[in-house]
Structures are given as structure tokens and as C-alpha cells.
Design a protein around this ligand. Structure first.
Ligand code: RB5
Length: 145
């Protein structure tokens, strides 16, 4: 199950992404927002991150204007590794090397077609483990300080 969230800046991309996931038969929960009315992105970042923390969802995708506010916020939550991506290589390697569980994107910085492709890459790429597991463990250890 994939958790989706956006603010007003990312709302239309989130709706496009939902159609795209529907076509692929990928299940998701939409945690809002519900329109292009101005709202606060931390509200939706929190909902998505809590759904991952609880185990309700495996991964999340957050979209705001730049993807940056969402990623800053998401990375405050224990167990969340959020990556703000605007290119295909980053979307692939943040899964392979960082075991990222949240993809953040900016609707004002990348095209909708690219956003859908980045989501596909993020959702279909496995973590490589091995030497990267140790590094992810080092990141996790910082959460205990
Ligand atoms: C909203 O105007 C904008 O600040 C937000 O979508 C996002 O880009 C924040 O990082």
C-alpha cells in the first residue's frame, strides 16, 4: 500500500498520479489535500509518514511546489528516509542505496510526465543492501540521539 499526500501546489500532480497508479493496479491511500486551496504541507507529510510508521503503508509519495518542504518535514519522522528527486537517476539510486521509503517531488520544478516516471522507478526499484545497509544503519542510529 502506497501513501500519497500533497499540498495545494502538488494537488493536481497527485490526482494524475492516482490515475496512473489505478491503471497499473497499484493500491494507495490518498491522505489529501483535496483541492488547490492553500494549505500547509507539514499536515500531509505527517499523515503519510505516520501511515508508514504504523505499517499501514509501505512507502509514500509526497508532492508540493518544490518537494523540498515535504522532504524536510518527512525526514523529521523516525524511520522515514525521504528523498526529493527531480531526475531518474536519483529516483533509482535513492532506492538502491538509501532504501528511501518516501519520494518527494516538486510540481513546480518537474513535468507531470517525469513525475509519473520517477514514481514508477521509485516504486519498482529494490534496495541493494550489502554495504549500503551499514550506511542506512548509521543514519538510523542518529535517530536514537
Ligand atoms: C507552497 O506555496 C510551497 O511553499 C510548497 O508547496 C512547497 O514548495 C514548500 O516547500
Amino acid at each position: 500500500m502506497i501513501a500519497l499526500g500533497s499540498d495545494h501546489g502538488g494537488y493536481l500532480y497527485k490526482e494524475e498520479l492516482k490515475k496512473h497508479l489505478d491503471e497499473k493496479g497499484i493500491e494507495y491511500i490518498d491522505f489529501g489535500t483535496e483541492s488547490t486551496a492553500s494549505c500547509d504541507y507539514p499536515v500531509y507529510a505527517e499523515k503519510v509518514c505516520r501511515a508508514i510508521q504504523s505499517g499501514e503503508c509501505e512507502k509514500g509519495i509526497l508532492i508540493c511546489g518544490t518537494g523540498i518542504g515535504m522532504s524536510i518535514c518527512a525526514n523529521k519522522f523516525k524511520g522515514i528516509r525521504a528523498a526529493c528527486c527531480g531526475d531518474h537517476f536519483s529516483a533509482e539510486f535513492t532506492r538502491k542505496h538509501n532504501d528511501s521509503n518516501v519520494l518527494c517531488m516538486g510540481a513546480r520544478t518537474i513535468g507531470a510526465g517525469v513525475a509519473l516516471q520517477l514514481a514508477d522507478i521509485f516504486l519498482s526499484t529494490e534496495f541493494e543492501g550489502g554495504r549500503h545497509q551499514k550506511r542506512v544503519d548509521m543514519i538510523t542510529a542518529f535517530e536514537e540521539e
